[in-house]
Design a protein around this ligand. Sequence first.
Ligand SMILES: [Zn+2]
Length: 421
Amino acid sequence: MHDHHTQLTGGYRRADGLPVPTLRNARTVEGHLVDVHIADGRVTDVVAARGAPVSAGDLDLTGYLLLTAPAEPHAHLDKALSFDEIRPPMGDLGAAIAAWEAHTPQLTVDDIARRARRAALRALSNGTTALRSHVNLLRGDDPLRGVRALVRVRAELADVMDIQLVALVPHGVGDDAVHAALDLGVDLVGGHPHQTPDPAGNLRRLLGLAEERGVGVDMHTDERLDPTMLTLEQLAHAVRDWPASMPVTAGHCVSLGTAAPDVVARVTAAVAAAGIGVVTLPITNLYLQGRDHPAATPRGLTAVRALLDAGVTLAGGADNVRDPYNPMGRSDALETAMLLVTAAHMTPVEAYRAVTGSAREVMSLPPAGPEAGAQADLLAIRATGLEDAIAAAPPDRFVLHRGRLVASGRSERSTIAGLVE
Ligand SMILES: [Zn+2]
C-alpha cells in the first residue's frame, strides 16, 4: 500500500493530498523531538520521537519545526493581486478607496475569481488552511460580481482550505444586495461605518441586517487615527446580548490605539464583556495610516497590549495583499507575525498565537495544532525554533489540512563561500 508516495527520509515530498498517518522526528516550539499520530483528520497522539523507521506514507520532519497551521482572519480576496493592473498612486485609505472604486466598473466575475484563487493558493502554500475574506458589494447594476467569484473559489478549494466570506457593504448599496449575498452563501455581514456620513446609523443598519438573518458580523472598525472615532464602543454595547451563533469581529480598531488610557480601559472592558474578537492588521495599517504625520509617524495599530490584558481574543491578519490598499505582502502569516513583533511589540509566542489559535477562535473554528484531540491543520517549516521561523520564513514547508498533505515547498540556495544555514 501507499507505494505511490515519493517520501524521501528527511527530504521533500510533493503535496499529494493523501492522509499522513505519522509525522516523524518533528521539533516542537518547546524544543522536543516528537512523533505525531493522525487519524480521521485529528491528532491522536504526540509522543517522544523514538527514531523508528519511517514507513511509507509517513512524513520525516527531521530539521523541521512543527506548528499549528495559520488562519487568516481578514483578507480581501476580491481585491488581492490587483495592484499591477491598477497601478494606483501610493497614498492613504482615501486614495486607496478612490483607486479601487475607479477600477470596479471593469471587474468581471472571472477576473476576480482568477486573482482570488491565486491569492488563496499563495496563502495555502505558506501554511494558511483557513481564511476569512471580505468581499465588496459593488455599486451599480451588478453588485454581486465579487460575491459570485468568491463563492465559486471557495467551492473549488473546499477540499484544501476553509474559506469564510463577509459581505462588505459600502454606503449606498441597498439591503436587497445584502440579502442576495447571504442567499448566495456569504456567511457574515460587514461594512466600514467609519467611512460613511453617519457611522452610528450605518452600524445600526448593518447590525439590524445581521439580526434579521441570524448571522454574525465582521466590521471594519475605526480605521483612522482620530481618537474620538469609537464605533467600537457602540458595537460592544449593541451586541452584548447576542448569542454565540452570531459571532462578532472588529477589524483594525486603529483609533483605539490613539485614545487616552482611561478611554482605552473603558472600551477594552466593554469589548471583552461583549466577547468581540479583535483583528489587528499591521502591514496595511503601517502602509495606509499616519501619512499626514511626517514626524514621529504613528504606527496606526490598535491598542494591542491593552486588549490582550483585558482578555480580548486578539488575532492578527494581513488585510490587503498587493492591491491599492497595500502594494506589498506575500500572503504569509509569518510576515504578519514578524510585524506584530516589531511594530506591536508582541512576543514571538503571542504573535504566532495571534495568527493561529486566536485567529481560529475569532473565526469560530475548532482548535488545531500538534496536540492530541486537535484538528490536524499543521505547518512544518525548516527552522530551528519559532523565532527562526518567523524571522527567516523559509519556503521549505509542509502543510496539512485535516491530516492531508495539501501543500509543500522547498528552496535551494548556494554560495561559493560555503553552506547557507
Ligand atoms: Zn480589510
